[in-house]
Design a protein around this ligand. Sequence first.
Ligand code: SF4
Length: 156
Amino acid sequence: MKKLSDIGTIKEILGRHGFTFSKSLGQNFLINPSVCPRMAELSGAAQGVGVIEIGPGIGVLTNELCALADKVVAVELDRRLLPVLEETLAEYDNIKVINADVLELDLQKLIPKAKWADAHHWFIWHGRLTCKARKPLCDECVCVELCPFQEKNITK
Ligand code: SF4
């Protein structure tokens, strides 16, 4: 895998695919080399575990998740990122990228019924650990691309 935490590498990949950031989608890509591996670890991704990632961006965190989990489903709204993800995730066969707006997806279909109770807790823990009421950690949030509130919280 190319070093996706390297800004030069990212610019080269995005430039080759003619990608430009969309302000209306509030695109901010998480590339911090120390944050993504830690997030993947804390997410509980492991053998025997399936992961749903919302807004993979260029796939930095996705790479980490694919290395740990059995299966990763990444939901990306921006169709222009699909060829980018195809390139950055090429080494994994346990990834499925879905081009969709997660708000219009039936998440119950993506999450096996046996995991519905767990999923309920994932959302609660997201609120407790990341989207904290007083100080949300938007810089580290995997939902940042989809969140209408991130712009006022993100560190510029
Ligand atoms: S980006 Fe949105 S969901 Fe994520 S921590 Fe910030 S406010 Fe919460």
